[in-house]
Design a protein around this ligand. Structure first.
Ligand code: SAM
Length: 245
């Protein structure tokens, strides 16, 4: 079937490749990818010969138009280096323009680091806000976090190992009481998920510098942070207003 297939690939463990993903990549007339070497290796592992076309964040509008034209006539796949395309990865413009052009856009779901981390962190998972990568600079990072202070949901970020400690210190300053979790190297040999206060995690990772890929999660606001509403005083005031003389 012609169309644009958005195909998730593993985030470390090749066993997480899905049967549908293999079938679609096998049958795709073209596979758009971030890095042809990375995707080439993945395809080789599974014995798939694909026609690769690079499509990263800097792709020209003409490249996208051309890919969309191909997807009108034959099956075209989009993959990223790891995990689900468009989730802190390229593809948003391509999907948007393909849909606008009436091309069938099909999801082939699979691994996604944010969702995997949320599924094991033990933080509230009924509401979450995925906010991608935090800014690198201290001031911008703190501002970004402050902007999310009132969100009553678990916050999920992608982070890199060299920046983890500074991010945790910034969180400790803003929200000393919140429960924080660090999910590292998901699906890989050294997978770990640690939780605690941001300060305790910062101390841990200062002593044990982390390696690898990281998802950072912050629990929703605690009672200690909730604006103090004096319910008694409000009730009394209301009763006085309504009461007889
Ligand atoms: N599209 C991908 C997905 O669906 O998860 C994410 C791509 S983003 C460019 C890469 C970031 O995802 C890494 O810096 C890290 O924060 C996170 N990540 C990817 N693989 C991971 C893993 N195995 N364990 C923990 N975090 C991972």
């Amino acid at each position: 079937e012609p169309g644009l297939y958005i195909v998730a690939t593993p985030i470390g463990n090749l066993g997480d490749m899905t049967l549908r993903a293999l079938g679609v990549l096998q049958g795709a007339a073209m596979i758009a990818c971030e890095d042809t070497r990375v995707t080439g290796k993945l395809l080789k592992h599974f014995g798939i010969k694909g026609r690769l076309q690079r499509l990263d964040d800097h792709a020209s509008p003409e490249t996208r138009t051309w890919i969309i034209d191909e997807a009108r006539r034959m099956p075209v796949a989009l993959v990223s280096d790891a995990g689900t395309p468009l989730i802190s990865d390229p593809g948003y413009r391509l999907v948007r323009e393909a849909r606008a052009a009436g091309v069938n856009v099909v999801s082939i779901p699979g691994a996604c680091a944010a969702v995997s981390a949320l599924s094991i962190a033990g933080l509230p998972s009924d509401r979450f806000l995925f906010a991608g990568f935090l800014p690198v600079k201290d001031k911008a990072r703190s501002e970004a976090l402050t902007g999310l202070a009132d969100v009553t949901a678990t916050l999920v970020f992608y982070e890199t190992a060299p920046r983890l400690e500074r991010a945790l210190l910034a969180i400790a300053e803003l929200w000393p009481d919140r429960e924080v979790a660090v999910a590292r190297e998901l699906t890989k040999l050294h997978e770990e998920c640690r939780s605690g206060t941001a300060a305790s995690l910062a101390a841990h990772y200062a002593a044990h510098p982390p390696k690898g890929e990281i998802v950072l999660l912050i629990g929703p606001p605690t009672d200690a942070e909730a604006p103090v509403l004096d319910a008694d005083a409000m009730l009394k005031a209301a009763l006085v207003d309504a009461g007889p003389g």
